[in-house]
Design a protein. Structure first.
Length: 479
């Protein structure tokens, strides 16, 4: 009996998680991975850390190419897919190569959204030389190379990525301004109060913020080389040498649409991560639309990858959705968001101190934390994330105590966890597994929780019996 031929289109974090789980589950088929970037998958969340200079580009890789070869996985890098032919069950590459499949997984990620700014794109269809997208390692390398010749930068987009890029540029000595069309920063994740605290903190750190304003035009010098400014819709002109686009992305669906698969905003999939159009086609990660929802965060993508891998290995499991967890990682700025703290229904406990740059909001329903936003103080993010993940029913005074602990009260401990309790949601690691680690470095490798889950940050060091002050989840090691 011939082995099933599984082809994965896209080689990012979702694909890596899928392949790791297939290896762990002893998947019997032959796996081919087609990635359009020339390097193996890396941790995109840490690209801003590479820009800032705290991580080397070579340190954010997930798996070496040799690992794929060792596990008999055909990894093809620098490979662009031209079309998917469902009738003949093959994928055609731009060089004319045809790759047959019995089962196909689309993990094509997302594409950067280009705001409607005049002059952004040249007549040849390329970004203006002074304009940089920030989605890939190549984008990051290009921006790093441009920084030494720049004194000023404008970041278009005040979301998580935009704030991380703005802080990274500021740390590298570039005077940076952020332009956000919404009325406050992080408008998709937090309310106006938290957004105002963030803006004040950024200004304190030397970054100017313009909210409720949109970039409409690049201002070029008479020579036509470079840019001298960005004009806003209120008439103001921001002097700049660089423009960085971080205004979000959209699911990459062109291959799926051309192949006749069901596509709305993303590639439509059911609870089995399977296309309703074709039972041999699946989609995971940023490109997938499950129950009418697309996601741009890593933890849901990894959840989807794990469920699909288990199904391909023969288990009868389904994907019921993921709890959203996001973390802003930038020097001098601390933000963690659990669920939808703006839209979730429930009782709200909120504390704001803009003078010191702190804002906390819990949404509690039936005694359970269903959403949270923490800005400026993440000292209790681990404990709150554990309550959120485990659905802990809190007492009537506990939500307030989480945000405003009584003076002199002992900090709550997170060490008394049963071995089967999941500590790291994004890597599926239990407390018992971490207790078995020899040291903190091994715990880091077990969790690899750079997705901002928060809970393992607070518990890893304690569970391995060390008092190390640095978070256990901040380091990624290439394997």
């Amino acid at each position: 009996m011939s082995r099933e031929r599984l082809v994965v289109v896209g080689h990012g974090m979702a694909c890596t998680r899928l392949v790791e789980q297939l290896v762990a589950g002893a998947y019997a088929g032959r796996v081919t991975v087609l990635g359009d970037e020339p390097v193996p998958a890396y941790n995109r969340i840490l690209l801003s850390a590479v820009l800032e200079g705290t991580h080397a580009a070579g340190a954010i890789g997930l798996r070496r190419a040799e690992w794929y070869a060792e596990h008999d996985i055909d990894l093809r890098l620098g490979t662009k897919v031209l079309a998917v032919d469902r009738e003949h069950r093959d994928v055609m590459l731009v060089d004319g190569t045809v790759v047959p499949f019995d089962r196909l997984v689309l993990a094509t990620g997302s594409l950067p959204t280009l705001p409607p700014v005049r002059g952004l794109v040249t007549p040849e269809g390329r970004l203006h030389p002074s304009v940089h997208a920030f989605r890939s390692l190549a984008d990051c390398d290009g921006l790093v190379a441009a920084v030494p010749g720049a004194r000023r930068a404008v970041v278009v987009g005040g979301g998580l990525l935009g704030l991380q890029v703005a802080r990274a540029l500021s740390v590298r000595g570039v005077s940076t301004e952020v332009v956000e069309g919404a009325e406050h920063l992080l408008s998709r994740q937090v309310g106006a109060g938290a957004g105002q605290v963030l803006a004040r903190s950024l200004r304190r750190l030397g970054t100017t913020v313009y909210t409720g304003a949109r970039a409409v035009r690049l201002v070029e010098p008479a020579s036509g080389e470079g840019v001298t400014g960005v004009r806003l819709d209120n008439g103001a002109v921001l002097d700049t040498d660089l423009v960085v686009l971080t205004a979000g992305g959209r699911p990459s669906t062109s291959l799926a649409r051309a192949a006749g698969l069901a596509v709305r905003r993303g590639v439509v999939v059911d609870d089995h991560l399977t296309s309703p159009t074709d039972p041999a086609v699946h989609a995971i990660g940023d490109c997938a639309e499950h129950r009418g929802t697309t996601t741009g965060f890593v933890p849901p993508a990894w959840d989807q990858a794990a469920v699909l891998a288990r199904r391909l290995c023969g288990e009868d499991v389904a994907h019921a959705g993921s709890r959203g967890v996001a973390r802003l990682r930038a020097t001098g700025l601390d933000v963690a968001v659990l669920g939808d703290p703006v839209g979730a229904a429930g009782e709200v406990v909120e504390v704001t101190n803009p003078v010191v740059g702190k804002h906390s909001r819990l949404v509690v329903r039936g005694g359970v934390v269903v959403a949270a936003a923490l800005v400026g103080d993440l000292s209790r993010v681990g404990l709150i994330t554990q309550h959120y993940d485990r659905g802990t029913v809190l007492g009537p005074h506990e939500p307030g105590q989480l945000l405003l602990p009584e003076r002199g009260a002992a900090a709550p401990t997170t060490t008394a966890l049963p071995d089967d309790v999941e500590v790291c949601a994004c890597a599926g690691v239990s407390a018992g597994r971490l207790r078995g680690c020899a040291d903190l470095q091994e715990a880091r490798e077990q969790t690899r929780a750079t997705t901002g889950c928060g809970s393992c940050t607070a518990t890893c060091a304690q569970l391995v019996g060390t008092t190390a002050a640095e978070p256990a989840c901040e380091v990624v090691r290439t394997k």
